[in-house]
Design a binder for this molecule. Structure first.
Ligand code: SF4
Ligand code: SF4
Length: 181
C-alpha cells in the first residue's frame, strides 16, 4: 500500500498561483472557494538584501487527522494510502471538522452545503496520474508520490533534504513537507 505525500520546495515557488487556478478549475469550485492558496511572506530585510517566501497551503493529509475524529457522520475519512477526503453526500455541513482542523484547510461549499478540501486529486491518483496542481506547476515546486517507495522523488526529498512540517508539535503527522532556502 502506498503512503502518499506532497513536498513543497519554497525555493522554486514564484507565487504565480497557477496551482490555485488549476485546482479551482479541476474541482469546479465556486468563485468564493479555494483549496489551494499560496501565501506570500515578505519582503523582509533591507534593500538590496531583500527576501520573500511563497508558501503553498493545502490539506496536510494528516496521519492523525483531528477533522476525521470530529466528524459526527463519518463523512470525513482517511484512506489506507493516507488520503483524507470528504464524502459529500454524508456531510451535513455542521462545521465540526472546520473547527477541528488546525491548518484552516477546509471550507464550506455554499452551493452544495458540504465542507470540502484538497483530496490530492484522488480520482486522478487512482488512475496513476499526478494531482492537477503538481502537473500544472511549471516551476516543479510541488512533488507528489509514495513515501514508502525508496525510488520516488518524495522519498528522496523527505529523507535527503531538510524538510519541515507545519505545526508538527500538535502530533497530527502531516504528509505535506516544506523545503526552505
Ligand atoms: S504553480 Fe508552482 S510556482 Fe506557481 S504558485 Fe503554485 S507552487 Fe508556486
Ligand atoms: S490538514 Fe486539516 S483537513 Fe487536512 S487532514 Fe489535517 S486536520 Fe484534516
Amino acid at each position: 500500500m502506498a503512503r502518499y505525500a506532497m513536498v513543497f520546495d519554497t525555493r522554486r515557488c514564484i507565487g504565480c498561483h497557477s496551482c490555485t487556478v488549476a485546482c479551482r478549475t479541476k474541482n469546479e469550485l465556486p468563485l468564493d472557494m479555494i483549496y489551494n492558496p499560496v501565501t506570500t511572506v515578505g519582503p523582509a530585510g533591507v534593500y538590496p538584501n531583500l527576501s520573500m517566501v511563497h508558501m503553498p497551503l493545502i490539506c496536510m493529509h494528516c496521519e492523525n487527522p483531528p477533522c476525521v475524529d470530529a466528524c459526527p457522520t463519518c463523512a470525513s475519512q482517511r484512506r489506507d494510502d493516507g488520503i483524507v477526503f470528504v464524502e459529500d453526500k454524508k456531510c451535513v455541513g455542521c462545521l465540526a471538522c472546520v473547527m477541528a482542523c488546525p491548518y484552516g484547510a477546509r471550507v464550506k461549499n455554499h452551493e452544495t452545503g458540504a465542507v470540502q478540501k484538497c483530496d490530492f486529486c484522488k480520482d486522478r491518483v487512482d488512475e496513476g496520474k499526478l494531482p492537477h496542481c503538481v502537473l500544472t506547476c511549471h516551476q516543479k515546486a510541488r512533488v507528489f508520490g509514495d513515501l514508502d517507495d525508496e525510488t520516488s522523488e518524495v522519498y528522496k526529498l523527505v529523507n535527503g533534504e531538510r524538510t519541515v512540517r507545519l505545526l508538527a508539535e500538535l502530533g497530527t503527522e502531516p504528509y505535506a513537507f516544506y523545503i526552505y532556502g
